[in-house]
Design a protein around this ligand. Structure first.
Ligand code: UD1
Length: 423
């Protein structure tokens, strides 16, 4: 069993002003793809700015199971996969994180054979992997699914044109994995444009892959025979940055968030400005102050560069503090509103219909016992607890720790009063 697999809770004393600075770590959604990407080469890899989060720890254990030699110190990961063997990924691991699907593309691309069960991850909708599977088949893989277990084999993988009905982040990266060592050219049409895609492509290109256009809607990959040493810096986590920005807008006093990329979080910055927030961007630092008289704004989550689905839930807590009626519409997943009853329990006035929530503000929040139903719901509850009057206890906070590096320390260092307790 993964050793952090234990129930945890947060105890938050609300209403503390935050000042000082918080440094944003490497992006979870890049790191969880960059680590399996190393399987594609026998060369040595160096990945810098790797966040210390539980999803990364689980992936490192999975790599260890495959025979990978890894060191991880001061956020620098070195990987030597000379002795990696293609063993089946156990269900115990695969079911823990969504990103385990990247082992499919990486193992198939490298060994032409992969065996694993369905990936896990947050329960925020049905989250199928049909785009991944269809693309692998199109490239020549024979895939048998039996009760959620996949067995994939390919005599050889052939570059193809792959069109996605929807620009899926995971499927785009997985096809890149399958294509870098395939025969001929692969084109991904309607590819996802999230910044993590370009980060992964630049890592593979540093190994000698030939990927062009990553970050745009069409990606071209010319297959090469083998890959060599690789290196990369994980880009800053735009969702972590956005979460601190939301917290700063409610509790900051000359609160600085460093190591951000403005372009990556422009959708949020724009909405916070519309709500009347007082923030200033200077290079890779944002300074933000608590603003009185915030105005209602409407949020609609969508693919990059639109408003990210992963920030919708923490943003919904912010909207409870805006005057008037705001709306929060989720367009990517079916179940992104499971945190709403918990916010209402704390005093919010939110009506949820299907995938839309109408939020009437401003409502003071009060400390209660609530639950983190998934990773980003955990962020929503954390923000709520920090602005609430009194003490909030957030159960199942292990979800939050999957994606936010040292979050309790980072917040306490700037004035918060939060305790993390193992149940
Ligand atoms: C990734 C992120 C997640 C983020 C999401 C959208 C990782 C590990 N996770 O998840 O944090 O919320 O992007 O930005 O990077 N879909 C299908 N069939 C497929 C694949 C996807 O129907 O084969 C649908 C999904 O159900 C969803 C939409 O496409 O409705 C987007 O999914 P996708 O971009 O693939 O998200 P993930 O890779 O799961």
């Amino acid at each position: 069993m993964y050793k952090d697999d234990i129930m945890k809770k947060l105890i938050i004393e609300g209403g503390r002003e935050l000042s000082g600075s918080v440094r944003i770590g490497g992006a979870k959604n890049s790191a969880v793809a960059l680590i399996p990407a190393t399987i594609l080469t026998k060369g040595k890899c160096v990945i810098r700015n790797v966040p210390d989060i539980s999803d990364v720890k689980i992936l490192l254990e999975m790599m260890h199971e495959l025979g990978s030699k890894i060191t991880y110190k001061d956020e620098i990961l070195t990987v030597d996969n000379k002795n990696v063997e293609n063993v089946a990924i156990s269900e115990e691991y695969a079911s823990k994180i969504r990103a385990s699907y990247y082992f499919m593309g990486a193992l198939l691309g490298k060994f032409h054979h992969a065996e694993m069960s369905c990936p896990g991850g947050c329960v925020i909708g049905s989250r199928p992997i049909d785009f991944h599977i269809d693309a692998f088949k199109r490239m020549g893989a024979h895939i048998v699914e039996n009760g959620g277990n996949y067995k994939m084999d390919a005599a050889e993988l052939q570059g193809r044109d792959i069109f996605f009905d929807f620009p899926s982040v995971g499927a785009t990266i997985n096809v890149m994995f399958a294509a870098v060592l395939a025969k001929g050219k692969t084109r991904i049409i309607n590819a996802a444009r999230e910044p993590e895609i370009a980060n992964v492509a630049s890592f593979l290109n540093s190994m000698g892959a030939r990927i062009m256009g990553a970050g745009s809607g069409t990606i071209e990959i010319d297959g090469v025979k083998e890959l060599g040493n690789g290196e990369v810096d994980v880009i800053p986590d735009r969702i972590e940055a956005g979460t601190y920005l939301i917290i700063g807008a409610l509790l900051g006093r000359d609160f600085k968030i460093t190591d951000i990329v403005e372009e990556h979080i422009y959708s949020l910055i724009s909405k916070l400005k519309d709500a009347g927030c007082n923030l200033k961007v200077e290079g890779d630092v944002i300074t933000i102050n608590k603003t009185k008289n915030l105005k209602a704004v409407n949020i609609k989550t969508t693919v990059y560069p639109g408003f990210p689905t992963d920030l919708g839930q923490p943003m919904s807590t912010f909207l409870t503090q805006c005057e008037g009626e705001s709306s929060f519409e989720e367009t990517i997943y079916e179940n992104r509103l499971r945190h709403i009853p918990h916010l209402n329990n704390m005093g919010a006035d939110i009506k949820a219909f299907d995938k839309t929530a109408l939020i009437r503000g401003r409502t003071p929040l009060v400390g209660r016992k609530v639950k983190a139903t998934d990773l980003r719901a955990g962020a929503s509850m954390l923000v709520a607890g920090m602005i609430a009057d009194g003490t909030t206890i957030v159960y199942n906070i292990e979800h939050l720790l999957r994606g936010y590096e040292k979050i309790v320390d980072k917040l306490n260092n700037v004035g918060a009063n939060i305790r993390l307790i193992d149940e």
